[in-house]
Design a protein around this ligand. Structure first.
Ligand SMILES: [Zn+2]
Length: 424
């Protein structure tokens, strides 16, 4: 077997090398200027033949620019980290280090700030990058604390842009625009970008564009509660219709084998619903966890419906106003249920509602086995009885309940009576 050695050229002297990006002799010739030049190398309109020929052989010319980070390793220990952070920032068009490098920034920012040979302006620049990484990670409290120490000087544009982004997210559009305006006078080379950012912020301030929010439901919840703590008004979190799973893509439920004995461990649940025109909306989930015939845990949560429900009958409007969106409640419910069997006395209807919750949470199946109490009783009755939840409750001298919480407990009582008294 022959191994082909891919030859490349030292990007400083052009000599052929078998590995790495520079030759042995050039390792002492790496300068900060060189690192920065590589980081912004315009491989589409190259002004350096040697670099163009190296970049050409790469999967993407962009990788060449990332060589700047490797080059920084050959710099003086004191300046190495700073140059890496500087180059990471240069690699991207938008200010402040991409998500790809933010872990590196958070790990190394303080180390960099504390190293020798870094001036105050450079320290401030690194602090701004750190703030940006917090913002990208949705770490609002830490971002807030850090924001107080960011200064604005004539040497770096990034603190202006990153702080403007921070103010924009906090809906302080006036401060954001003021900062960008100041930056426009100081950094003519960034004018185009500043105008673009200013326009975006202006649109948000006039309501043409909505206020910022993170893309994921979980992150929106955290962000909105941060805004609430600060007393900053924001839109309420809404369910996403966009990503729901289609009804036809939902997988059939896994059913309990009705020839088996009644399960010892299960979660009995009840979904309270309300109507909005023709669509039935879940507004509350209640459940009890049962182990060896005893309740060991309870679950209860209101659910924000997809449509606004006026004058709900079973819950109050107040309950729904502050309720979490479907995706978040459903994920809490799924972790409560864990791997348990799901028991319900009205699964014909409730199964549809459960499916809807799952579909709006971008799930195409419920993995748990379903124990349909009425169907189980029917299958195990000796006279092919047609049962309903009402007739089954009557059979065991149980009274129906109104509230969802009571209904889930009632399901538990019914199952345990069936276990104790038999079904026949
Ligand atoms: Zn060389």
């Amino acid at each position: 077997m022959t191994v082909e050695v891919e030859e490349t050229k030292c990007l400083i002297c052009g000599k052929n090398i078998s590995e790495g990006i520079i030759c042995e002799e050039c390792k002492t010739n790496v300068t900060e200027e060189l690192c920065q030049k590589v980081a912004v190398f315009d491989y589409l309109n190259p002004d350096n033949e040697l670099w163009a020929s190296i970049a050409e052989k790469l999967v993407s010319g962009y990788i060449f620019r990332e060589y700047s980070l490797e080059l920084a390793d050959y710099l003086n220990e004191d300046r190495k980290l700073y140059l890496k952070l500087l180059c990471m920032n240069l690699l991207y068009k938008k200010t402040g280090v991409s998500s790809k490098y933010r872990a590196f920034v958070l790990e190394n920012a303080d180390l960099c700030i504390n190293s020798q040979n870094i001036n105050d302006e450079e320290k401030n620049f690194v602090l701004a990058l750190k703030l940006n990484a917090f913002l990208l990670d949705f770490r609002w409290k830490e971002a807030e604390e850090l924001s107080d120490s960011i200064k604005f000087d004539k040497s770096f544009f990034e603190p202006y842009s990153i702080m403007a982004d921070y103010y924009m997210k906090l809906r302080d559009y006036k401060k954001a625009l003021q900062l960008l305006d100041k930056a426009k006078k100081l950094f003519p080379e960034f004018v185009e970008r500043i105008e673009e950012e200013s326009l975006d912020i202006t649109h948000r301030s006039t309501g043409e564009k909505k206020g910022y929010k993170p893309p994921k439901a979980e992150d929106i919840t955290v962000f909105y509660s941060f805004l609430d703590e600060k007393g900053i008004p924001h839109e309420s979190q809404s369910n996403s219709r966009k990503n729901k799973v289609k009804e036809s893509d939902f997988k059939p439920y896994k059913r309990y084998d009705n020839d088996d004995a009644i399960p010892n461990d299960y979660v009995a649940f009840w979904l309270t619903s309300e109507f909005h025109l023709k669509s039935e909306e879940v507004v509350e989930i209640s459940a009890v966890k049962v182990c060896d015939g005893k309740i060991t845990d309870k679950y209860h949560s209101y659910v924000k419906p997809v449509n606004i429900i006026k004058n709900p009958k079973s819950v109050s409007e107040e309950n729904l106003k502050d309720a979490k969106i479907i995706k978040l409640v459903f994920s809490d419910f799924v972790s409560f249920v864990d791997g348990n069997i799901l028991a319900n006395v009205s699964f014909g209807k409730q199964g549809k509602l459960l499916e809807r919750l799952a579909r709006y949470s971008e799930k195409n199946e419920i993995k748990n086995t379903i124990f349909d109490v009425v169907e189980y009783a029917e299958d195990n009755a000796d006279d092919f009885e047609t049962l309903t939840s009402e007739s089954l409750l009557k059979k065991y001298n149980l009274k129906d309940e109104v509230s969802g919480e009571k209904k889930s407990e009632l399901t538990y009582k019914l199952i345990e009576k069936m276990r104790k008294n038999g079904i026949k």
